[in-house]
Write a protein of this length. Sequence first.
Length: 465
Amino acid sequence: KKKITKICCIGAGYVGGPTMAVIAQKCPHIQVTVVDINQARIDAWNDENLENLPVYEPDLDQVVAEARGRNLFFSTEVDTVIKEAEMVFISVNTPTKTYGEGKGQAADLKWIELCARQIAAASDSDKIVVEKSTLPVRTAEAVKDILRNTGGGVKFQILSNPEFLAEGTAVEDLQQADRVLIGGENSPEGKEAIQALVDIYAHWIPREKILTTNVWSSELSKLTANAVLAQRVSSINSLSELCEATEADIDEVSRAIGADSRIGKKFLKASVGFGGSCFQKDILNLVYISRSYGLTEVADYWEQVIKMNDHQKGRFAKKIIKSLYNTVSGKKIAFLGWAFKKDTNDTRESAAIYVADHLLNEKAIISVYDPKVKEKQIQFDLNCLQTRSEEENRSLVNVEVDPYEVCKDSHAVAILTEWDEFKTYDWQKIYDSMLKPAQVFDGRNILDHEALRKIGFRVYAIGKS
Ligand code: NAI
């Protein structure tokens, strides 16, 4: 029976970092080394000051503090670490392709292929290669082909072990996973590899929550779990617009729908739209895969989830403009929140970016406060859109470390992220410092709207009239 003593994880990002930290915490007898080609990122993981870890997640600092230097290591020595490991996780990014065939939809597997080639070149003993990244169904086929043809006689088993953690609750999700999914080959060697990974998770995950499947089911389950989650958000968001037109209240509708035990209450909160690096990318990928098999209706069905989300972001921006008398040119608008959700410093595909872009096209002046996102990241996100020059973004968008400064002299405050601290602000003080009529656009429905109206605010909330 194979016993794993050394693990290597390629990719020290939002998934690789927290996942390996928890494996190291729960399995002190296994040496876990996370490698990355990004030196700055590795340095940040090794920083003595835990505030500087590159990923912000509640309690992640404690897990890292417990395991780092004991059996958790971060390194840029990719080849050496691969060579010594019995099990290699691939946790690199798999963004949407920005060029060529499948541009804007298909997953870019360049980094995955590079990893496979690197593993093959660095290996001089048998290894289990684990796909942790979210990959299109049948990617393991390509990985296997590369490993077997370039690996020089070394034997590789490929497993699919998609990660279901959600940012903002990564540590909790990892420590108390709903399920762990492991896909592998239905051969004696395949089963042995599956068992080796099951044994690792079994240190803290109840055995009945560890599901084993064939590789293809495992790969496809991750894409489709994200598609179904995003679909719930788009469903409730589509109903929020109908609520605004009919004087129904989306929170009441959501509670009523969610009380049905067949539906359940989670993921039915209306908002300015979903963001994050995964939902959009994975659905686009699902759409692309479906189309490539000629399944037009299936592709169109899932594509609508994205269209609805784009509509919701645009609708929010338009609402702000309309309420500000159809002109925001030269007006200061305060943004509370930039991260795509609370308790993370990740801003990828955040709704805030698109709402800001829309308002900037109308020449608004935007002032941003987010408790965990730095100015550099915010400018970077806007520059990535290539809608206007970097100088223009710098002159129209300013970032403050004090929320009250951000709101001062603004015409409107927009809530873009559901950070808890926003609820505890002195809203009277904010009101007093703003231009009148002072308006609040609650894109997350987290504030006490009645109290705000009492102060004198005009309040717009999603799905309420
Ligand atoms: P990320 O972009 O934060 O991290 C990826 C890291 O891989 C980067 O630091 C990059 O420098 C490194 N890398 C790329 N190529 C490399 C190579 N050849 N050698 C060494 N390092 C290399 O990405 P993130 O968010 O961690 O996502 C990774 C995968 O996990 C993606 O496939 C994603 O879809 C999936 N996933 C993400 C979740 C999330 O919440 N972010 C949740 C579940 C799955």
